[in-house]
Design a protein around this ligand. Structure first.
Ligand SMILES: NC(=O)c1ccc[n+]([C@@H]2O[C@H](COP(=O)([O-])OP(=O)(O)OC[C@H]3O[C@@H](n4cnc5c(N)ncnc54)[C@H](O)[C@@H]3O)[C@@H](O)[C@H]2O)c1
Length: 249
């Protein structure tokens, strides 16, 4: 399949986990990838892997929670690669807190990265996506759909991403732009390693965040993200797809 031939795709969080998996998958289907991450070295590594496999990719450092950096990042993508067909917003941060001890600064940081960062990328990309008839795929989460233990801030951010994506979907459907979410659950990534649990975490609730069939690697979701970004999903917008191994089934 070469669904992304002659198409430019910007992927945030491209240095790790699901973002990296999506970048590699879409590049393998012919897309030119603008690999965006807070961690430039990691984004460069993804771009290097794509180039080594014969694809086209550039790396860009960007903190998605910075309005000016996002404005500059999308402008750089269009300037350097010529257009923009899809944005895959996978940059994100997870932390667990007892809600009684949730510091305002930590709450704000999660909302700034996960929700505001996704909004800024959508806002800056939309004029280009209207030109290309393109699409957006955002990272919500199973935490947007059911209670995540010690996850009030993260869940609020992901519920916001889901609601915002539906709103963007209805606003731009007539202009040919689609916007969808994936709701990952139990995908091995940087985020799921070395979790710092609060002392009060009730581990009886762990099955709520574990897939029935066990964790899967990012390849298990990259194909779904590629499908949603591609013309195979031409009649799908404002949708969310759980990729969680039956966690919430
Ligand atoms: N892994 C899962 O099971 C799971 C479940 C639900 C939702 N998600 C969501 O999927 C998305 C991808 O997560 P992942 O599991 O691949 O995690 P990951 O930690 O492996 O990757 C996240 C990437 O985002 C980057 N990033 C963090 N803050 C950033 C910022 N301010 N600006 C730019 N880049 C930034 C990190 O450097 C990292 O490369 C996230 O939005 C996450 O919330 C993941």
């Amino acid at each position: 399949m070469q669904r992304f031939e002659n198409k430019v795709v910007l992927v945030t969080g491209a240095g790790s986990g699901i973002g990296k998996g999506s970048a590699l998958r879409i590049a393998a289907e012919g897309g030119a990838i603008f690999c965006v991450d807070l961690n430039l070295a990691a984004a460069e590594e993804t771009a290097k892997e794509i180039s080594a496999a014969g694809g086209t990719a550039l790396a860009q450092a960007c903190d998605v929670s910075s309005e000016q950096q996002v404005i500059d990042c999308v402008a750089a993508c269009v300037e350097q690669l010529g257009s923009l067909y899809a944005v895959i917003n996978m940059a994100g941060m997870l932390r667990f807190d007892d809600s009684r001890e949730l510091e305002l600064a930590k709450w704000q940081q999660i909302l700034d990265i996960n929700l505001t960062g996704t909004m800024l990328m959508c806002r800056e990309a939309l004029p280009h996506l209207i030109k290309s008839g393109g699409s957006i795929v955002n990272a919500a989460s199973t935490a947007a759909l059911s209670g995540l233990p010690c996850g009030a801030a993260y869940s609020a951010s992901k519920g916001g991403v889901l609601a915002m994506t539906r709103s963007i979907a209805v606003d731009y459907a007539k202009q040919g732009v689609r916007a969808n979410c994936v709701c990952p659950g139990d995908i091995n990534s940087g985020m799921t390693q070395g979790i710092d649990w609060p002392k009060t975490m009730d581990f009886d609730l762990m099955p709520r965040i574990m897939s029935i069939s066990g964790p899967k690697n990012p390849e298990a979701i990259a194909g779904v993200i590629a499908m949603l970004a591609s013309e195979d999903a031409t009649h799908i917008t404002g949708e969310d797809i759980r990729v969680d191994g039956g966690m919430l089934s």
